[in-house]
Design a protein around this ligand. Structure first.
Ligand code: ZN
Length: 475
């Protein structure tokens, strides 16, 4: 019995002890409050240029039984437009309790550059050379990478590849065909149109040929034709070159061997009478005066003299030079090189149809020094271009160094005479500008001729050998 009683006592005491321990443990758990942080990443990467979103994780403050929401403050800045490593600090707060968590943020570029190939059908040389296709490549970080795209040939495909500065690589493979359809590029050194005085000499100015597939093929150029500089006439030299795929390019050079009626590099004092804007109803009278004194002049004609075209033929037949002024004489021809040359070729063609003569002597409407072209050329300094281009095409352009003033303030015959005589001196080349569309100006010509002949001047028509008179350019 005694034994039993004792055992029961031990049991009760044990129960009490366990109970106390359990209560103690619960109390400790309840009192043990802290921050609980879940799903927080210490290291993250974000894409260049993207928006940075704070990732504070799932945080609360409390114990095992009850966890309260906390406030979060963030310290630190991230510039996603600059690659690199940044650090952000999250500060969790609950009452006076505080916890700091640091996060490493790496701004990286993992976006591949783009590759766009413009040509729809890609050809490459039968010898394996890959031509320059129009390829553009852009990258979100590096920008334009077009010039860094490499290309190679792989089993009949062209492989384009490019890497950005972060090492992201894009590879594009395109079907391609081994075929060369591009004709060689052939260029002539020297002018395409050459003028030689009878008895002068002609030598080949040279040429150059290159091909997209075969490289420099200058040695394959075949030149045919010859020039007899003893005989006046029009000669054609033909240059022909073929590449390995039989693509052919042909160019021609025109050589005019001419007899200079006036001779070259004139000595003495020379007057070149020039008349612009005609023909007109006054041209016939002018030609009569010139004939009376056996004086040769130059007519810079336009296409506007309807009904007087026969005056162009008469002037030509009577030994005057027919120069080209403009077909329309509308200053809008200065809008572009194309509009200018369309107009020039139109008047050249008209003169040729009338006379059979291809004139290469020109005068720009308004002269090469004109500023009116600025109104039409969209700021492209058209005169600077045209003056070079006409010469490259074999034309010679003439301005003037003596003005009759008949297109401006002068409206009388005596006014024109005075202006012209005032402009003459002891030099060798006087290019006089008048207009045969003005009756009072035409009436001044006889007096000018009389003065010139009696003062030791020689009147000459302009030809390809006449020393040019050029204004300085203003556009
Ligand atoms: Zn004019």
């Amino acid at each position: 019995m005694k034994e039993l009683k004792r055992n029961r006592k031990i049991l009760i005491i044990s129960l009490i002890v366990v109970l106390v321990l359990v209560i103690l443990l619960f109390t400790l758990l309840i009192l043990d409050k802290k921050f609980y942080v879940k799903e927080f990443k210490n290291n993250i990467e974000i894409e260049y240029g993207s928006e940075f979103k704070e990732t504070s994780g799932d945080v609360c403050y409390g114990n095992k039984f009850k966890c309260n929401k906390v406030s979060v403050e963030v310290e630190g800045m991230i510039d996603t437009t600059k690659l690199g490593e940044y650090e952000i600090t999250y500060i969790y707060k609950y009452g006076k309790k505080e916890l700091k968590n640091k996060q490493k943020v790496k701004v990286v570029d993992r976006t591949k550059p783009s590759i766009e190939v413009e040509d729809s059908e890609l050809l490459y040389c039968p010898n394996g050379i890959i031509p320059d296709y129009k390829v553009t490549s852009t990258d979100n970080y590096d920008g334009d990478l077009s010039s860094q795209v490499t290309k190679s040939l792989e089993e009949g495909k062209i492989v384009f590849s490019v890497k950005d500065s972060s090492g992201n690589e894009t590879i594009v493979k395109k079907d391609a065909i081994a075929k060369d359809q591009t004709s060689p590029a052939l260029t002539l050194k020297g002018d395409k149109t050459i003028y030689i005085n009878v008895g002068g000499s002609y030598k080949e100015y040279g040429y150059q040929a290159s091909d997209n597939c075969d490289g420099d093929i200058t040695s394959k150029v075949v030149v045919t034709g010859s020039v007899d500089t003893k005989t006046a006439g029009e000669y054609t030299i033909t240059y022909k070159v073929s590449d390995e795929s039989k693509n052919e390019t042909t160019l021609k050079r025109k050589v005019y061997v001419y007899k200079s009626s006036n001779g070259t590099a004139q000595s003495g004092k020379n007057i070149y009478l020039t008349f612009d804007d005609g023909p007109s109803k006054y041209t016939s009278k002018l030609l009569d005066v010139l004939k009376k004194y056996n004086v040769k002049a130059t007519f810079f004609v336009t296409g506007n003299g309807k009904g007087y075209e026969d005056m162009i033929l008469r002037a030509y037949n009577e030994g005057h030079t027919i120069g080209l002024h403009s077909n329309t004489h509308n200053y809008s021809i200065y809008a572009s090189e194309e509009t200018y040359f369309n107009d020039l070729y139109a008047i050249q063609e008209k003169v040729k149809n009338i006379t059979g003569y291809t004139s290469m002597i020109i005068r720009f409407p308004g002269g090469s020094s004109n500023t009116v072209s600025r109104r039409y050329d969209g700021g492209t300094h058209i005169m600077s271009k045209l003056t070079k281009e006409v010469e490259q095409k074999g034309f010679r352009y003439f301005d003037w160094n003596v003005g009759g003033g008949d297109a401006g303030s002068v409206t009388t015959t005596s006014g024109v005479v005075n202006n012209v005589l005032k402009g003459l001196g002891n030099g060798s080349t006087y290019v006089v500008l008048q207009h045969d569309t003005k009756g009072f100006s035409v009436d001044a010509v006889e007096t000018i001729i009389q003065y010139g002949l009696s003062h030791g001047y020689t009147f000459r028509a302009i030809d390809m050998t006449t020393p040019t008179v050029h204004h300085s350019l203003n556009n």
